[in-house]
Design a protein around this ligand. Sequence first.
Ligand code: UD1
Ligand code: CA
Length: 458
Amino acid sequence: MEARTANRTCLAIVLAAGEGTRMASARPKVLHAVAGKSLLAHVLEAVAKSGVTAIAVVIGPGQDGVAAAARRIRPDAAIFTQHARRGTAHAVLAAKAAIEQGTDDILIVYGDTPLIRPATLARLRAPLAAGAALAVLSFRPADPTGYGRLIMQGDELVAIREEADASAGERAIALCNGGLMALAGNSALAILGKIGDHNRKREFYLTDAVEIARGMKLRAVAVEVEEDDVRGINTKGQLAEAEAAAQQRLRKAALDSGVTLVAPETVFLCADTKFGRDVVVEPYVIFGEKVTVEDGAVIHSFSHLSGAHVGKGVSIGPFARLRPGTRLGEGSRIGNFVEVKEAVVEAGAKANHLSYIGDAFVGANANVGAGTITCNYDGANKHRTTIGKDAFIGSNSALVAPVEIGEGAYVGSGSVITENVPPDALALARGRQTVKEGWASRLRGLKSLGKKKAHSRD
Ligand code: UD1
Ligand code: CA
């Protein structure tokens, strides 16, 4: 069945209009993120991978941000504007010009169902290749509130009733509409053109397509899938549920690819997190966007990584923070309470304790002592610090950028380095120590004398 689907042309229409009203948010709904990626990106990527031949995205008026995001994700997508929010069928018809191009299949995907998988979209299209005019994805949600209910007769789909229009008996139906629909291209416009707005919300419901198709003696079917594939997001609560489901999938994929997650439920990943083999991630680690971890690296507990490349065999944390632009070479070590940003740390270099390394280059095998800070910001601009290979930075030093520590040079502990240090030199930039012999015992002598005098006055 799927092989036949693969030969058919298909237009996918992604409905992305609508504000974040029910999300209680100023941000358009489809630009909210799950696993570090927008709902729209999840949906567009799944659609593109499912083997469609054209993609249309329907946005609301003035939603330039949504249009820009869609173009960034799929430059080949055609963008249409639905000028007033009059319902899902009305939104589909905003892309009428694309439908008129005449593809074998039309796939309608809601922009707020981010967990949809390419294989599930292919399953949805399969009945069209077998002669159905319409197919929807069905599921049995733990909580059906807000979803349309499917009215079935045997294995034929008879109607979809929106919750607002459903009778008490219809609301008791457990089988719900996943919000995705496949329509045969040759009857799609005829069906869509007949949808009216005679319902409680005065909207043009795409779901009415089912009864109309049946009235035209066409066949409509439902393909049942797991809840996670079609979780629709209308509220922040549903966004959090989708996040939890996405994290479960990502953790499973990481485990299956050979990553050791000691306590998977405590590790948070992004859709684009990449792992090599034999990586160990201890409990309570958070991965933000764009992190790559190579073979054999160990991420100790309570570390937070984003925009970082972690080389082979690197050790991070516990309590390390890697920010965007961090590149850690093979076998380097970033220890506890160390923050790294926009910095290259070459192979074998170490910063084991309590440091900030920002806008910096740390050469191979250099040792950055505890408490070292790169002072990269002068209040107006950021400047770079370069530490040559094999250099040794004594503890609690401040490297005031722009500054360069030459290869193999030493910096004495507690130095404030404001000028370049040549290779192999020693730089000391701190107050010279003075020692006053016997000073402490003289002080104690004076104190005890003072106490005796005070007593004699009583
Ligand atoms: C819809 C379905 C419901 C299904 C549920 C699954 C209809 C009438 N109802 O309900 O049967 O169970 O999804 O999640 O289709 N949109 C537009 N323009 C509009 C209206 C909506 O672009 O005028 C877009 C929204 O941005 C959203 C999608 O279409 O991405 C679905 O709309 P939404 O209002 O979320 O529909 P639901 O009430 O969730
Ligand atoms: Ca929805």
